[in-house]
Ligand binder design. Structure first.
Ligand code: SF4
Length: 214
């Protein structure tokens, strides 16, 4: 298989996991947009060019991180806490990998909680796929850092607005099912049907590879 998901060599070496590849949590968004995009990225790596939008997104996130250090945590519903930026996570249970923009750690002992924060370059109300990503971050944090993550935040950079999301059981189960569906898609290496919303194909970077969408 030509999948590009990272090998979990460290976990395998530690006897924590069987040899496998990891789903990137950010692919949940791509999967919701069009499953075929995920197929291209894993099974035919190297097709996607780095676009202006991606580069701009990275610049904006760096600026947000700088401003974040001055912002009150009360916007996230937290009185006091420690900020951890760009937290890399790997989950043997979910078999996925992620980098969380910000984790706010608060409380001590039994009251210690973790809050994943995802910065988004968007003016729109966050879609379900962003919430599913957040649920994955929460579950991965709980597994790696050993404290509950009952909530997460999607921070809309252009609006300077924090949207709080309850990471409830329903959202978590849906997130697990989505990761499993991505894994199945890549493992089978069968190109899925194009998105039913063909208007998405107009500006898609993979359009020239999808001859059946014209
Ligand atoms: S062109 Fe359309 S079907 Fe093909 S990957 Fe893009 S969105 Fe999906």
């Amino acid at each position: 298989m030509a999948a590009t998901g990272e090998r979990i060599a460290d976990l395998v070496a530690d006897g924590v996991a069987e040899p496998a590849w990891l789903v990137r949590v950010t692919d949940i968004k791509q999967y919701a947009y069009c499953a075929r995009v995920v197929y291209y990225e894993y099974c035919l790596p190297g097709l996607r060019p780095v676009t202006f939008k991606m580069t701009r997104g990275i610049d904006m996130q760096e600026e947000t991180e700088r401003l974040e250090k001055r912002r009150s945590l009360q916007e996230y519903g937290v009185a006091e806490g420690i900020r951890h930026f760009n937290v890399a996570l790997t989950s043997a249970r979910l078999q996925c990998t992620a980098q969380v923009d910000l984790v706010v750690e608060s409380g001590e002992g039994a009251a210690r909680t973790l809050l994943p924060v995802d910065f988004k370059l968007s003016r729109h109300e966050p879609g379900r796929h962003f919430m599913l990503q957040l649920a994955c971050y929460g579950m991965m944090l709980e597994e790696a850092w050993g404290a509950p993550a009952p909530e997460g935040v999607i921070y809309l950079i252009p609006l300077k607005r924090a949207v709080r999301v309850a990471l409830d059981k329903r959202l978590r189960r849906e997130a697990e099912r989505t990761v499993a569906a991505i894994r199945t898609l890549v493992t089978r290496e069968q190109m899925p049907a194009p998105t039913a919303q063909r208007s998405r194909c107009v500006d898609c970077e993979f359009r020239r590879f999808c001859n059946d969408t014209l």
